[in-house]
Design a protein around this ligand. Structure first.
Ligand code: KIV
Ligand code: ZN
Length: 515
């Protein structure tokens, strides 16, 4: 079968189970990402978003680990979400009691099954582990919990022993099982064989849980689903221990676009969910990340943009709106004149052929110096060449920032906004945050513009270093990049943010005029 519009030869969707459940473990395995620790309130915000996204099961945390974890699982379990709320647990009665106390619907009950784990970590015998499995499953079922029995390091376990652990648990009442590729050693071929064997040998639904140590977590998860697994464990942005877990967005969009298999996920919320998780965990999304990376639908080279301007299917495998992103044509040294013309015209300028050539040459020359050309740079170059720079819609007139020891960072700004003088004041976590919040508060009514990305680079060394602030801003479905370079980080941030806002105003103003 071939997707009629996008020309993709679809793989056979018939080998999949009718319903594929998504278990999101961003709040448990994802939180095990080195350096990540979420407050109960932020965990709740993410859980609410996962619920809106359509996740079937939310693994909310590890109730026995700490007071904060217990509070998080409780908060989420009591918040009235549609999803099944699950807590992780080791194979001990104390851990299971904690899950029952948390109010979770289900327990992800983890029993190590490889000899490596049984000998070195548990220091027990295989027989003892079988007994623990039976007792723990019965204990959890006595609380009325849905039990997902999990074999840790299943992919390095003796197969017949692994099945024995699962059948012991199933006889004791386990509702479903999950085999974990804990250190990511499966390949797509091995994964298919491994999970197919489990699915055909066991009497309950089998789930897949893959880690990304060799970059194969998503491919291995999809192979397992093709082999008959009915649930997949995954995380937003592929967060997780070491190299992470299988990424939810990559699995869901691959299933949809390459196999014509649907899940309950509202794919158009994937990008904003990825951004929320990135903001709250403090783990940036790499620009070239599949599906939700900043560059996933950004095109620079002349050959590509020329094709795209004719028909986007030339260089895109699906429409960016499917994941809540929009297409962006980035100016740079690889840009073709078609792309530069389209971008400059979208900003409301009408260069002659000679002027266009000059703009194009200047963009290339900036790129040749090893610099990124932001949208704000392109607007400045185009205005200089055409000599028809419109007055900037937003101009900074004053900014005052107060910060220091025992003081809440506070900022006030005075802006000229389309001939009107407006003022804004705000607090923030630091002086830059306060100043940006003050600008946002001043322009909010007129310009609901969102700051999507903010990066700082130090260009030179020392305390008087030049800093470069790079931002990406969004208004509706339009985005713009801008930079600010100064010795003062607050002023560099103001230049970048206001520069980005001006590009968006130009883009939107031009779109309005065309209506
Ligand atoms: O990868 C793994 O083995 C795990 C277990 C704790 C279930 O995440
Ligand atoms: Zn894991």
């Amino acid at each position: 079968m071939r997707d009629a519009k996008w020309g993709i030869a679809l793989s056979n969707p018939n080998c999949f189970q009718k319903k594929i459940k998504i278990l999101d473990t961003t709040l448990r395995d994802g939180e095990q990402t080195p350096g990540v620790s979420l407050t109960p309130e932020n965990k709740l915000r993410i859980a609410q978003r996962l619920d809106e996204l359509g996740v079937d099961i939310i693994e909310a945390g590890f109730a026995a680990v700490s007071e904060g974890e217990m509070k998080s699982v409780k908060l989420i379990a009591e918040s009235g979400l549609k999803a099944e709320i699950c807590s992780c647990s080791r194979g001990t009665k104390g851990d299971i009691d904690a899950v029952a106390k948390s109010g979770a619907d289900s327990i992800h009950l983890v029993i190590p099954t490889s000899d490596i784990h049984i000998d070195w970590k548990l220091k027990k015998t295989r027989e003892q582990v079988l007994k623990i499995t039976e007792e723990c499953v019965r204990h959890a079922k006595n609380y009325g919990l849905i039990v997902e029995l999990s074999a840790e390091d299943a992919s390095r376990s003796d197969r017949s022993y692994l099945k024995k652990v699962f059948t012991t648990g199933i006889e004791a009442g386990a509702d479903r099982v999950v085999a974990c590729d804990t250190v990511g050693v499966l390949t797509p071929e091995k994964s298919y064989e491994f999970y197919q064997d489990l699915v055909s040998s066991l009497t309950v639904p089998v789930s897949v849980h893959c880690h990304n140590d060799f970059g194969m977590a998503v491919a291995n998860s999809i192979s397992a689903l093709r082999a008959g697994c009915s649930e997949v464990h995954c995380t937003i942005n592929g967060l997780g221990e070491r190299a992470g877990n299988a990424s939810l967005e990559e699995i869901v969009v691959s299933l949809k676009a390459l196999y014509n298999v649907d899940t309950a996920i509202k794919t158009e919320l994937l990008y904003s969910t990825s951004q929320l998780v990135s903001r709250l965990t403090g783990v940036p999304v790499q620009p070239n990340k599949a599906i939700v990376g900043e560059n996933a639908f950004t095109h620079e080279s002349g050959i590509h943009t020329q094709g795209l301007l004719e028909n986007p299917i030339t260089y895109e495998p699906y429409d960016p709106s499917m994941v809540g992103l929009s297409r962006r044509i980035a100016p740079g040294k690889h840009s073709g004149s078609h792309a530069i013309k389209a971008a400059v015209e979208a900003m409301g300028l009408q260069p002659t052929d000679d002027q266009l050539k000059e703009i194009w040459l200047r963009v290339k020359s900036v790129g040749d110096k090893g610099k990124t050309v932001s949208d704000a740079d392109l607007l400045a170059i185009a205005e200089a060449v055409t000599g028809v720079g419109k007055p900037k819609a937003i101009q900074l007139q004053e900014v005052t920032v107060v910060s220091g020891n025992n003081v809440t960072p506070t900022a006030s700004v005075k802006l000229k906004l389309k001939d009107k003088e407006v003022r804004g004041a705000a607090v923030g976590v630091g002086p830059v945050d306060a100043a940006i919040n003050a600008v946002k508060s001043a322009v909010l009514e007129v310009e609901p513009i969102v700051l999507e990305q903010y990066h700082v680079k130090s260009i030179t060394g020392g305390t008087d270093a030049m800093v470069e602030v790079v931002v990406r801003m969004r208004k509706g479905n339009k985005t713009a990049t801008a930079t600010g370079v100064r010795e003062d980080i607050v002023m560099a941030s103001m230049d970048a943010v206001i520069g980005g806002m001006n590009v968006l105003t130009a883009l939107n103003g031009n779109a309005e005029e065309k209506k």
